[in-house]
Design a protein around this ligand. Structure first.
Ligand code: MSP
Length: 505
């Protein structure tokens, strides 16, 4: 079993914002989880460099496009690193291997007879890097970018998308091809409106990949960018053949780019003689005050600023928890701070502080191996073991986290109900106290393994505080009774110290 997951490749016309971090973190949670299950995984992210808007920014800054992208790419490479995303390859569409692959890919479609020359005249939104119909505009403007599209008229190369209608409809009939299901209906809606052939090249531009049979034109940015998901497998590892992973390719995308991924991309692949990807998952937007976060709207939160203030795990936790994955969600920094204190600080942080403090105080730091035969925590751990993978197979990132959080809450109740402070006063209850302390420590270990995909650093710190061997991620460890006896346990430092709510620009 393999799990190959990609994020969209991000435009480099600006620096990363929390919306981009959202996709990258969600993808990382899924990949880390599949890795815990012992599957072969591959995680691809990167940047989309050949956009017209990128070329324009370069001109504004007095740089060549190549100089510009080379200068800004560092900020994008830093994004996965700073949010602790365990990527396998960072693709740039200016990679030589990608360029050669795209040329071969387009040549295959051309040779098959599905690319022809025609004149295009229409409105182009540089923000979307897409042609727009009048019907898609609001007051003459692109609703996503709030700008009037530009009139473009040029002779270029068209892909015969209309010939792929039936194949695409068959694909959408596969229940898992596009998820959530309502997004598959949206994709069908694009087809119901009639598929129009689209231009895969641009004339009069030099920034882009030259069309092999007509080097005066460059590939349209989407006909170049989409191909990254397949090209990377050919050259990301010079010594290793990764192409078998294509059969398990999953794309995680935002709803803004559904049409390109669900309609154009599978059709291009089939035309070039490749299989479509296995599955696409379309998530919603993170909104601030109900508006999409984007550079052009000016309501950007720099994710790296948040990481600087809170550390990386609280951001990962929040992203996974704040919005039902797949839907849109409105976020505020206040709600983030509130969750940091209540859920991370109180529910989880205090549970570890209390548990370790009681082991230190009542048992001189020694944890006795004292599992109970019919512990309700054993049943709960076993349910956790079974339910989380089912939820994550359905991309229910928030639902799986809620299941884990229920276990955290159950452990907190266990402290209240079993009252270890009362047991500690009574010598006759010494064994019972050992059992309670063991159950709490073991419950925390189970939570740590289950949370490892979400908050990897925190998971490791929990095990360290309990003087357990370093985190073994294997999912089978989400089971009652795996905690070993230990000595030298001290009252742990707070996992999530109090922070003054910052004001971020
Ligand atoms: N370059 C294209 C994608 C090409 S993929 C072959 C592109 N880039 S983008 O930088 O504009 O946005 C990429 C993705 O970033 C979106 O699809 C989405 O996954 C994510 N997001 C950008 N803003 C977002 C929010 N405000 N909320 C959630 N995700 C957001 O489109």
């Amino acid at each position: 079993m393999a799990f190959y997951l990609s994020t969209p490749i991000y435009y480099v016309n600006s620096t990363p914002h929390i919306g981009h971090a959202y996709t990258t973190i969600a993808a990382d949670i899924l990949v880390r989880h599949h890795r815990q299950r012992g599957e072969e995984t591959f995680f691809l992210t990167g940047v989309d460099e050949h956009a017209e808007k990128v070329a324009r920014i370069a001109v504004e800054q007095g740089l060549s496009p190549r100089e510009y992208v080379d200068q800004i790419v560092g900020a994008w490479q830093e994004l996965p690193a700073r949010v602790n995303a365990s990527i396998d390859y960072f693709i740039r569409t200016t990679d030589e291997g990608h360029k050669l692959f795209v040329q071969d890919f387009l040549q295959r479609i051309y040779d098959k007879g599905d690319i022809y020359q025609d004149v295009y005249a229409g409105l182009y939104c540089v923000g979307c890097e897409a042609f727009k119909t009048e019907a898609e505009l609001v007051d003459g403007k692109c609703p996503d970018h709030d700008v009037e599209p530009e009139w473009i008229e040029e002779k270029n190369w068209f892909f015969r998308l209309s010939a792929y209608e039936d194949r695409l409809l068959q694909l959408y009939e596969q229940p898992d091809f596009v998820r959530p299901a309502f997004r598959a209906n949206e994709a069908k809606g694009f087809i119901a409106g009639g598929l129009r052939d689209f231009s895969i090249s641009r004339a009069g531009q030099t920034w882009g990949i030259p069309i092999p049979w007509d080097p005066d034109q460059v590939a349209y940015v989407w006909a170049d960018a989409l191909v990254n998901y397949r090209s990377a497998l050919d050259y990301a590892r010079p010594d290793e053949d990764l192409t078998h992973l294509w059969a398990d390719a999953h794309h995680l995308i935002g709803k803004d780019i559904l049409r390109f991924h669900c309609v154009y991309w599978p059709a291009l692949l089939i035309a070039a003689g490749y299989d479509p990807p296995k599955q696409l998952f379309v998530h919603g937007y993170l909104n601030i005050d109900d508006r999409k976060i984007s550079k052009s709207l000016g309501n950007v939160i720099d994710p790296l600023d948040l990481v600087d203030v809170y550390g990386v795990d609280p951001i990962r936790f929040w992203v996974a928890r704040v919005v039902p994955f797949g839907q849109d969600g409105n976020v505020t920094l206040e709600s983030f701070h509130e969750r940091y204190e209540r859920e991370l600080g109180n529910d989880l942080g205090n549970l570890l502080s209390r548990t370790t403090a009681m082991i230190a105080r009542y048992r001189g730091g020694e944890l006795v191996f004292a599992p109970t035969d019919r512990s309700e925590l054993a049943l709960a751990a076993s349910a956790l073991h079974d339910e989380v993978p089912i939820a994550l197979d359905a991309y229910d990132i928030d639902g799986a986290l809620e299941t884990i959080w229920n276990h955290v809450r159950r452990l907190n109740r266990h402290v209240e109900e079993s009252k270890p402070w009362a047991l500690a006063k009574d010598e006759a209850q010494a064994d019972e106290l050992d059992r309670v302390l063991y159950d709490l420590a073991d419950g925390l270990r189970v939570v740590a393994v289950a949370l490892a995909a979400y908050v990897p650093e925190t998971a490791a710190r929990i095990l360290d505080a309990l003087k357990q061997p370093p985190l073994d991620h294997a999912w089978g460890n989400v089971a009652y009774g795996g905690t070993v006896a230990a000595t030298g346990i001290e009252a742990a430092e707070p996992l999530f110290p109090r922070i003054d709510a910052p004001t971020l620009a």
